[in-house]
Design a protein around this ligand. Structure first.
Ligand code: HEM
Length: 493
């Protein structure tokens, strides 16, 4: 459908009341609420909005604050790649300037302007971002992959003898925090309390402020220590970068990086593992060797981007996007979730996206996620090592019982219960042992993504019947090859 051009904040040449105005009415043809009962299923709501309004639709945030949500893939890319037209600086947002957005608005933590690179633009953005990317460039990726493997082993050791686990609270939420504390140079701060504090601070519960203070205290102590005595870690390189960050700026950027890495990567790990456990085609392709773990992670980034939307971008001038008139001061939601399923780029959602990395999960333009390689490495190595150790892993509840905690910004799996045959602990300094690997695990792939879509494979049973010991050399050679590959991977080669 071709939508009628309209504008959010009135004073436009289009006849009739603007969307959001009570005279226009909510629902079909007007804006929909992105909260409350209307938004029980946000994916469904985005599709209705796409049908009614096209690639850019008017919506209402809490307290009926007007906003645009960008649904089209091309329009989302245009939004993030046009810094001359759109900024991430919320101080120019008309509803904020007019007092419509109260200080206790539930989305204020996402919207309120802060002196950090994700809200800055131009030279200031370049200065702050250069310090972050400069410090990231000093990370030794082979070492990092080794840490990810070791922490995965430790986490699996904590539950492998029980034969049951919740992969959200015992794995996905821990691994990114452990790795980030290591990269920051504060491995001693990684513990259950730190994970709980980060989870709590992001959920915005009553204890969120206390939890936030707990995390900030750790980051302040680290900043003071490294300012006095720099070492070879992310924090020290952030402090000593020629951009000359103040202690406050260092702390704020450590917080930004820690929370972005923790939340997004925990979501990515949980989503990818859920896909492997519940979608037989996915599992069969992995088992059959037609898909590698990195390819599976990439497919998950298409289907369930860890950040469904990013709040927000703000128009610096009157303009047009996706057939809508955007007024100076209007707010827009950059929206990877609906953008990734735009029928103009994905007419068939069941078609494999193997080899195609043009999803919106990491944003784009000047603010494109600088930590994507780190996030991908945590997910690739973590998922592969976990599946190598627990090759017979299965979902421990009916799929329909899985629950998500949804907000506009993200959709977070509450728990992912699994069961498997109890296994002995392993030495965390060794690569995940191939010894207990049943025959089908010999085909987990860790290689470079292929560019050709793979043919669909027949699903295999999770625990295959015993396979007679191979009498022929090729299978032994394949196993030896697997072992060598695992060793190479473990060494970070
Ligand atoms: C793996 C999952 C991750 C996803 C899906 C993700 C996604 C995103 C998205 C969508 C943005 C906003 C882009 C925009 O404003 O247009 C962003 C920004 C950012 N991310 Fe990530 N991220 C991930 C992991 C990480 C990690 C591991 C780190 C750090 C180690 C990180 C650090 C940042 C920072 C510092 C920004 C702000 C950049 C700026 O405004 O210039 N992210 N990320």
């Amino acid at each position: 459908m071709t939508p009628e051009p309209q504008s959010l904040t009135g004073t436009d040449p289009v006849p009739g009341p603007p969307p959001g105005c009570p005279a226009h009415g909510l629902g079909a043809g007007g804006p929909h609420r992105l909260y409350g009962p209307d938004a029980a299923d946000l994916d469904d709501l985005y599709e209705r909005l796409r049908d009614e309004h096209g690639p850019v639709a008017p919506v209402l945030l809490h307290d009926d604050v007007p906003m645009w949500v960008v649904l089209g893939h091309t329009e989302n890319l245009h939004l993030v790649r046009s810094p001359a037209q759109y900024t991430r600086d919320s101080r120019i947002w008309t509803p904020l300037q007019e007092g419509m957005v109260k200080p206790d608005h539930p989305l204020m933590p996402h919207i309120a302007w802060q002196p950090i690179c994700s809200h800055a633009e131009g030279d200031e953005h370049q200065r702050l971002r250069a310090a972050v990317t400069g410090a990231m460039s000093t990370i030794d990726h082979r070492n990092m992959r080794r840490h990810i493997g070791r922490y995965t082993q430790e986490l699996v050791n904590d539950f492998c003898e029980r034969g049951r686990a919740d992969l959200v609270s015992q794995f996905a939420e821990h691994l990114p925090m452990a790795v980030m504390c290591e990269l920051f140079g504060m491995p001693e701060e990684y513990n259950d309390r730190m994970v709980q504090a980060a989870r709590d601070a992001l959920k915005g519960t009553e204890t969120a402020i206390q939890s936030h203070t707990y995390v900030m205290d750790a980051l302040s102590r680290l900043t003071t220590r490294r300012r006095a005595r720099p070492d070879d870690d992310f924090t020290s390189h952030l402090i000593t970068h020629p951009a000359g960050l103040t202690d406050d700026e260092v702390r704020e950027h450590l917080r930004l990086v820690l929370f972005a890495a923790y939340e997004a990567t925990a979501n990515l790990l949980a989503n990818a593992l859920r896909m492997v456990l519940t979608e037989p085609g996915f599992r069969a392709q992995l088992n059959g060797g037609q898909m590698t773990v990195p390819e599976a992670i990439e497919q998950s980034l298409w289907d369930e981007p860890p950040f469904s939307t990013v709040l927000g971008y703000f128009a610096k001038q009157d303009t047009e996007l996706g057939g809508q008139i955007i007024r100076k001061g209007d707010g827009l939601l950059f929206a990877p979730a609906p953008g990734n399923v735009d029928p103009r780029v994905r007419p068939d959602l069941s078609a494999s996206m193997q080899g195609n990395r043009s999803h919106l999960a990491f944003g784009g333009g000047p603010h494109e996620c600088p930590g994507q390689d780190i996030g991908r490495a945590i997910a690739d190595v973590g998922v592969d090592a976990l599946l190598t150790r627990l090759s017979d892993i299965q979902l421990d509840c009916p799929e329909e019982d899985l629950r998500w905690r949804s907000s506009i910004a993200s959709r977070h799996l509450v728990a992912l219960p699994v069961r498997f045959e109890p296994k002995p602990q392993q030495d965390v300094q060794r690569p995940p042992s191939p010894a207990p690997i049943p025959s089908q695990r010999a085909t987990w792939q860790t290689g470079t993504p292929r560019t050709e879509p793979a043919p669909a494979a027949e699903p295999r049973p999770m625990v295959p019947p015993p396979v007679p010991e191979p009498a022929v050399a090729p299978r032994q050679a394949r196993r030896a090859g697997l072992w060598r590959r695992l060793l190479r991977w473990w060494r970070g080669e």
